[in-house]
Write a protein that binds this ligand. Structure first.
Ligand code: ADP
Ligand code: MG
Length: 330
């Protein structure tokens, strides 16, 4: 099979999206930008055994890849428009490609974000996805808009991604006493993270800043602090976590003799949650509640922005040092 057959078999789809007059097949795709809107876009590159397990099901790899990219649009308050895919493959493995493209198109449909083009080359496995989205002109939520006194919220539980990763890395022993439901919940949260698009869009005009938690709460809130030139105080007891995480935590602390600080590390420093962390001026609290009402999201207040720099706990003057994953640190 040559490259063109491969593209038309796995990546070209009949699709009918009003803002996409031309998708896969020409030299470029075309997207219409409605009057009063701005284009926001972001690219993510995923490598085997850095960003995903090469042995995972290809449809889960693909589904997760697109969901994670869409999470960046969510953090800006944008609505998905379309995406492109640059794929480097060591070989044409039809079974893998069929599974990969199925997962990709499934997520694309769920979030109304069609694949409109890309590039396919032979080389080491590498997946790059560029997502495009729309926001009302001048209304995108940036990291730099937060101010001293603003309240800090998260859109859902922290640490699930890290807890699932722990199970994937440590194997079944760590998960021995877990109920099927809790196991499934944690793996779902890892493989199919929910890009928080509806809450992101609801925060436009309300939140002063937002970020999606991909590298850990402390690390990502730290990015808001630096960009906005503020400090943050977290009420550690208010940070939400799931039942699945607490069951797994109790299990591993007891049976694997891991220190309970590891569990706190999942919550404060675990990546891969893709919840939003955002800040809201005190005067907009009731507006926030109105906007969130009716959405299937539970937001939780976790702290406040202060003078100074860095992230600390309300019970200590010392900063909490970020432990999130970083490339290029040895
Ligand atoms: P060109 O040589 O003009 O860059 P390509 O041969 O790279 O064109 O691609 C042909 C068409 O297929 C283009 O419309 C391109 O966007 C699309 N395409 C290539 N690879 C992919 C992919 N992995 N997913 C979706 N579309 C793709
Ligand atoms: Mg090309």
């Amino acid at each position: 099979m040559d490259e063109f057959e491969l593209i038309s078999r796995y990546f070209k789809r009949e699709q009918d999206y009003p803002n996409i007059p031309l998708a896969v097949g020409d030299d470029c795709a075309i997207a219409s930008i409605p009057a009063g809107k701005q284009l926001v876009f972001s690219i993510d590159t995923l490598l085997p055994d850095v960003h995903f397990f090469s042995g995972s099901d290809a449809n889960l790899i693909a589904e997760r890849a697109l969901r994670v990219s869409l999470s960046d649009l969510a953090a800006m308050g944008a609505t998905p428009l379309c995406f492109t895919l640059a794929l480097s493959l060591p070989e044409v493995n039809e079974e893998w490609l069929a599974s990969f493209s199925e997962g990709l198109h499934r997520a694309a449909e769920i979030y109304s974000c069609p694949l409109v083009g890309g590039d396919t080359v032979r080389g080491p496995l590498c997946i790059s996805i560029q997502v495009q989205g729309l926001v009302d002109e001048g209304k995108a939520i940036c990291r730099s808009g937060a101010e001293v006194g603003d309240e800090i919220f998260v859109s859902g539980p922290m640490g699930d991604g890290a807890a699932a990763l722990h199970m994937l890395q440590e194997g079944q022993q760590s998960a021995e006493d877990l109920e099927e439901d809790d196991l499934e919940y944690l793996f779902e949260r890892y493989y199919r993270p929910e890009p928080q698009l509806s809450i992101g869009q609801a925060l436009v005009g309300v939140a002063s800043s937002a970020i999606d938690v991909s590298d850990g709460l402390v690390a990502d809130l730290g990015h808001i602090c630096r960009a906005s030139d503020v400090g943050a105080v977290l009420n550690l007891g208010e940070i939400p976590y799931s039942v699945g995480l607490s069951v797994l935590a109790a299990n591993v602390v007891e049976t694997c003799q891991v220190p309970s600080t590891m569990v706190q590390d999942w919550i404060l420093h675990g990546g891969d949650d893709y919840q939003l962390c955002f800040t809201v001026p005190k005067g907009k609290r009731s507006m926030l509640e109105e906007r969130v009402e009716g959405l299937d999201v539970t937001i939780t207040h976790i702290g406040e922005l202060t003078e100074g720099a860095g992230v600390r706990s309300s019970s200590s003057a010392e900063p909490i040092i970020a432990k999130g994953y970083r490339h290029f640190t040895s």
